[in-house]
Design a protein around this ligand. Sequence first.
Ligand code: SF4
Length: 407
Amino acid sequence: MGGLNDAGQLDARNAMKLKTFAGGLHPPDNKQWSAHKAIEVCPLPALLVIPLSQHIGLPAEPCVKPGERVKKGQTVGRAKGFVSVPVHASTSGEVVAVEPRPHPSGRDLPAVVIVPDGADEWLDGIETVRCDELTPDQMRERIRDAGVVGMGGATFPTHVKLSPPVEKPIDTLILNGVECEPYLTADHRLMLEEPQRIFAGIVVMRKILGVSRIFVGIEANKPDAIEVMTKLCAGTGVEIVPLAVKFPQGAEKQLIKAIVGREVPSGGLPMDVGLVVQNVGTAAAIQDAVTFGRPLIERICTVAGPGVVEPKNLRVRIGTPLSHLVAHCGGLAGDPAKIIMGGPMMGMAQLSLEVPTTRGTSGLLLFREEDLTLAPEGPCLRCGRCVRVCPAHLLPTTIAAYARLER
Ligand code: SF4
């Protein structure tokens, strides 16, 4: 395996051989605050707000009413169409409202509001099955019914990604364990602490897609995760690929280019070049859905940044208000001037901590006024550095010139 020595560890000499893409840059990754913190279970909040829109595609349609009692894992919103997924109760309790609530998108959007009863009682009839007894179609159905979406932040319905049309044959599956966004360490901890869930998800996808070429891409700044995954996958045909530490190494197109050298056409999808890419967290959710019939009602989320007292990696129920996550991390370390859901590069700025955690919430970052710097704009020296680092081969200088001319 490129980049590792005989002992299965990264070394400086081998680091020269790490695969990557052209362009990109390495902002300070600031992962040291939470990378060593084991996943902690975030306690249930007093109120769960479960948005009906947590994915790309049509929002789910509510199928419960205020006053109704629900159990953990029960469908509270049905999928509307193929590119849509159902949403589920993250615990047992009483539905107290079905109404628009503040959403991470910045708007008020329909949500199912549940007051937990504390019993945390699973829905009856959730059955464990043997994966090898299911057909690919049955597996896809269980993945859709469980509401599994891309957990790297894109939230595209996973059953759709795993249903490529016949005219687009798939020969390769890539697992994305890159986590190149600064501060985020949720996928890192998942690979260290629950690698079997990821591997079991890979086995399911291998059967669905009928592929034999499988890679797991991991940035070289996670040597312990590379080691764990390498040992687990030894002799299985799944290859672990250490990658250069560079943003945006985890973007689908850059990841594909780095690992297999294929170029996804502009406006195209990985399936256009015979590939499916899934996040490692999604693989774990696929295993829960297919083998255990468990819907996606919780996820790992990194809470970090200088604005929080104690950065942590939390296992959080979907629908938990961000303020509850902060409280479990020792509270605020000052007035938050910037709240970001996700990473600092691609995440979404939030107006308040009262919005809920969704299936795509990989992180919550908090910054105070004194942590933010905005460098004044200076004259362009025509050095060309921005052109060289742009991973999409754009010309930032030309775009800036047009923007100034308001064109
Ligand atoms: S805008 Fe681009 S070309 Fe101009 S000085 Fe900055 S990096 Fe160099």
